[in-house]
Ligand binder design. Structure first.
Ligand SMILES: Cc1cc2nc3c(=O)[nH]c(=O)nc-3n(C[C@H](O)[C@H](O)[C@H](O)COP(=O)(O)OP(=O)(O)OC[C@H]3O[C@@H](n4cnc5c(N)ncnc54)[C@H](O)[C@@H]3O)c2cc1C
Length: 383
């Protein structure tokens, strides 16, 4: 259930393992929001395993270096080597990609295996799990039964709600803007290197090129006491964004000034407590439905893609659906919970009031690699 990056990844992983999954997506058209994604070496292992080498090679940007800079004068605080060193250490590199490019490639591969595998306009409103299978009710009044159901329907998952009850969202006190700036509008001297973050008290800006360097993707975080609406796509204005970052270095404000207003959105960040269990009977959860995560380590889609590969492997190695779910959860829950907790910590670390001590606080390491997150391979991880 769900045709996001998690749902399409697990559909493809299952197809490649010889199963015949159906993706049920509520939207009338398949589409991803216009924004970037960072893909760690672990996600690259998974995507290669799913046959997407070419997408990574042709569509993704792989930075040699990233730099953490100071919000006032852009001085480097930490340099992070993301190049050949990662290949040597982890067997893969670090990639940055437009979400729609990855989503399109996954959908095309799923349809190449089975042109009827993705069903659109299929909004699930209720499910019932029995010992024989799972019954799904759709918004149009139709009903279907399946042998098993994977809820990959995002952080506001109806599948999770129906199986485990409500998981109330808590507003975190963070808000964010996202935008895409045509690269020809960005002064080249502020792209040294092109990919990196700027840290300041209560604020964080992450920016990197996507789509063969045609666009500069950015996410800018700030703190607000209150926020009501949960959702990704509230329109904002360049004036509002610049007002929030008014005392920041021109290295940041100069590309913010150039964002086309139709490419600028804002949202409030909501958090949920991790579940202690993801599966019940013939139903399991995957991606944000199972473990919604704050974006400070850029690991939500990474986890969803890793889940997909591990779940398909668990199906291959098990004699029953229930056994597959046990293997899947055993292989994944601890890592997902760790990323959820560390993403919360990373938010506080980036936003800390004392920017000058950033290097000492982080021991000069990248927040993700420094936590050991790259030393994992979903393709070979014992399950
Ligand atoms: C600012 C920001 C930056 C991020 N940056 C990164 C990053 O750099 N790297 C990274 O790895 N992750 C990143 N993430 C996280 C990542 O985007 C998510 O974790 C990931 O997209 C989750 O994928 P998913 O498939 O589980 O869920 P979703 O992408 O939410 O997909 C769920 C799908 O289910 C469908 N659906 C929902 N309800 C129903 C229903 N009732 N019936 C049928 N279909 C339904 C939806 O329409 C949707 O297509 C970021 C997130 C944010 C907010």
């Amino acid at each position: 259930m769900g045709g996001g990056i998690g749902g399409l990844s697990v559909a493809l992983a299952l197809q490649r393992a010889g199963f015949k999954p159906v993706v049920l997506e509520q939207a009338p058209h398949l589409a991803e929001v216009g924004a970037g994604l960072s893909l760690s070496p672990t996600a690259a292992h998974a995507l290669n395993h799913l046959g997407l080498h070419q997408t990574l090679a042709e569509k993704a940007y792989h930075p040699e270096d990233q730099c953490v800079r100071h919000y006032q004068d852009a001085r480097p605080l930490v340099w992070i080597n993301r190049g050949a060193r990662l290949q040597e250490l982890y067997g893969e590199r670090y990639y940055l990609i437009h979400r729609a490019d990855l989503h399109d490639a996954l959908a095309a591969e799923v349809r190449r295996h089975d042109p009827a595998a993705i069903e659109l306009d299929r909004r699930c409103v209720a499910i019932e799990s029995t010992s024989a299978g799972v019954r799904v009710d759709f918004a149009d009044g139709t009903r279907r039964s399946f042998d098993a159901l994977i809820g990959a329907d995002g952080s506001r998952s109806i599948v999770r709600h129906q199986i485990f009850g409500a998981l109330e969202p808590q507003y975190t006190g963070y808000i964010a803007w996202r935008g895409l700036v045509p690269m020809e509008r960005v002064p080249q001297e502020i792209l040294q290197p092109a990919s990196g973050v700027f840290v300041g008290p209560g604020h964080l800006v992450n920016r990197y090129p996507v789509r063969n360097r045609e666009l500069l993707n950015f996410v800018a975080f700030a703190e607000r006491k209150e926020w009501a609406e949960e959702g990704w796509s509230i329109r904002s204005s360049v004036e509002e964004l610049l007002e929030e970052f008014r005392d920041w270095t021109p290295w940041v404000t100069r590309f913010m000034e150039q964002v086309p207003p139709e490419q600028l959105f804002k949202w409030g960040l909501f958090d949920r407590e991790p579940l202690s269990q993801w599966s019940k009977g013939r139903v399991t959860l995957l991606g944000d439905a199972a473990h919604p995560v704050l974006p400070f380590l850029g690991h939500g889609a990474v986890l969803a893609i890793e889940d997909a590969v591990v779940l398909a492997r668990a199906f291959v190695e098990s004699d029953s659906i229930e056994e597959a779910y046990v293997r899947y959860e055993t292989g994944r829950r601890e890592r997902a919970a760790f990323v959820v907790q560390e993403s919360r910590r990373a938010g506080k670390m980036f936003h800390a009031p004392d920017t000058d001590t950033y290097k000492e606080r982080t021991k000069g390491k990248a927040a993700d690699e420094g936590l050991g997150l790259f030393a994992y391979n979903p393709v070979t991880q014992p399950i």
